[in-house]
Design a protein around this ligand. Structure first.
Ligand code: B16
Ligand code: MG
Length: 216
């Protein structure tokens, strides 16, 4: 294919903030008197903050809460999460991520972030990666969660590139579906048994070069 843009999910592709999300959600669940497993935590990847909270409350058999109570819990979790990510350093960038994004730009391929996280700006700043992206679309600027393609379609449109010329890099099943729903190719970061709908699956951005993109 004629690759003109690469759109990257943030958590699980550029940086692994999943461990901080897990710690903060676990602390909230424990405060409410229950716990959840690491397997259950897998289901939260790529899922928005409120949707994650609803899943977790379901696991704890916590019945209906008002919108106000839900917001209070989500804010509490987010405060703990933000406390942790403000201590992040560029050492936490996943292997090969910075190098691959830079190589894309050097090859004339546009780059964007397409993330569900409302904390995207602070994470990119902490890692010193903001200047590497031509466009940033995140949880602050989209309304429909993945697998709706909105986040990636918006990214392509900001870059001025047709979906057919975009490749999305994603670690979540819902994210791969979102890319495909938007008419884009998807490279999965993770395990082929999990990311079955991806056009190709690799373990990380250190496992691919810009030259290989034309064969996707
Ligand atoms: P926030 P991604 C997602 O990021 C995370 O994978 C998911 O676990 C999190 O709940 C979601 O962002 C929202 O994050 O609470 O910071 O707005 O994978 O889409 O980059
Ligand atoms: Mg992700």
């Amino acid at each position: 294919m004629d690759v003109k843009a690469c759109i990257f999910d943030l958590d699980g592709v550029i940086v692994d903030t999943a461990v901080y999300h897990y710690r903060a959600w676990k602390r909230l669940a424990n405060e409410l008197g229950f716990d959840f497993t690491e397997e259950q935590n897998e289901q939260l990847k790529g899922v928005s903050r409120m949707a994650s909270l609803k899943l977790i409350l379901g696991w704890g058999n916590i019945g209906h809460l008002s919108d106000e109570e839900m917001n209070k819990l989500a804010n509490k979790k987010n405060d703990w999460y933000v406390d942790m990510i403000t201590h992040m350093t560029p050492a936490e960038i996943l292997p090969g991520a910075k190098e691959f994004v830079s190589a894309c730009r050097q090859a004339g391929i546009k780059t964007a972030i397409g993330s569900a996280s409302k904390n995207t700006p602070v994470i990119l700043e902490k890692l010193g990666l903001t200047p590497l992206f031509d466009a940033i679309v995140d949880g602050n600027s989209v309304s429909a969660p993945k697998p709706d393609p909105e986040v990636f379609v918006k990214g392509a449109s900001l870059l001025g590139v047709a979906p057919a010329n975009c490749i999305v890099f994603e670690d979540a099943v819902a994210g791969i579906e979102a890319a495909r729903n938007g008419g884009m190719k998807a490279i999965g970061i993770g395990q082929p048994e999990v990311l079955t709908k991806a056009d190709k699956v690799i373990s990380g951005l250190d496992q691919i070069s810009v030259d290989q993109l034309q064969y996707i």
